[in-house]
Design a protein around this ligand. Structure first.
Ligand code: SF4
Length: 218
């Protein structure tokens, strides 16, 4: 099959429950690729930004197949900094998996297979990376794709609310507002969402609730 000998650098492949977004709670295999072009202040996967092992796409698929799963998420780091990522995503779709991509929004989504469910972060001011957002990526998202804002406080909330309103995001995509652990009280964020009548979901990272002491493999 074309592209199966291409390689990607892999940090870890594991089965867990999907921790974020509309599929929260579903069993899912996560393929965490190495490398990231950003340095968000509150990054919770700094170990994924360097290192990893080079594997062919065929090897990744074989490892995914060892887990009984219908759903696979390719995450990072930022998966799309690797040239082989689009071929991996295509191969996962071809193999029949419901295939999700978690991306930081700063890399062009043009080469991503249309069958992939794209979950795009829009970085808020407190991350230190909000200038990196490629706004044209939002136009590439279609029904079924998702947008996520990670919020550390009121300034981030107001930024996210403004972006949603100006770009009409909530009418066409599933939008999640997720608090930075230890920085924004989820109950406070819930009150803001309700007070403003926003059509967004509050996202609590399920894996951090279930396994608060593990920072890898969850
Ligand atoms: S984009 Fe994600 S992996 Fe990269 S620095 Fe930000 S939080 Fe960390």
């Amino acid at each position: 099959m074309t592209g199966m000998s291409e390689t990607v650098r892999v940090i870890e492949i594991f089965r867990s429950l999907q921790g974020e977004g509309t599929r929260t709670g579903w069993p899912c295999v996560l393929v965490r690729l190495a490398g990231c072009n950003l340095r968000c202040r509150w990054c919770d996967t700094p170990y994924a930004r360097d290192g990893g092992e080079e594997r062919t796409i065929a090897q990744v698929l074989a490892e995914v197949a060892r887990h009984a799963t219908a759903m696979v998420e390719v995450t990072g780091g930022e998966p799309l900094v690797q040239p082989g990522a689009p071929a991996l995503l295509r191969a996962l779709c071809d193999a029949g998996y419901e295939t999700l991509l978690e991306t930081n929004g700063s890399v062009d989504l043009a080469d991503v297979d249309a069958r992939v469910v794209k979950i795009m972060d829009v970085k808020c001011p407190s991350s230190g990376a909000s200038a990196s957002t490629r706004w044209e990526n939002l136009a590439r998202l279609t029904a079924g794709d998702e947008v996520k804002f990670v919020l550390a406080g009121r300034e981030d909330y107001e930024y996210a609310r403004r972006v949603c309103a100006e770009r009409g995001l909530c009418a066409r995509l599933a939008v999640t507002f997720s608090p930075v652990a230890g920085e924004l009280d989820p109950a406070q964020l819930a009150e803001w969402i309700l007070a403003d009548g926003l059509r967004v979901r509050l996202g609590l990272q399920l894996h951090k609730i279930l396994w608060p002491d593990k920072d890898r493999g969850v």
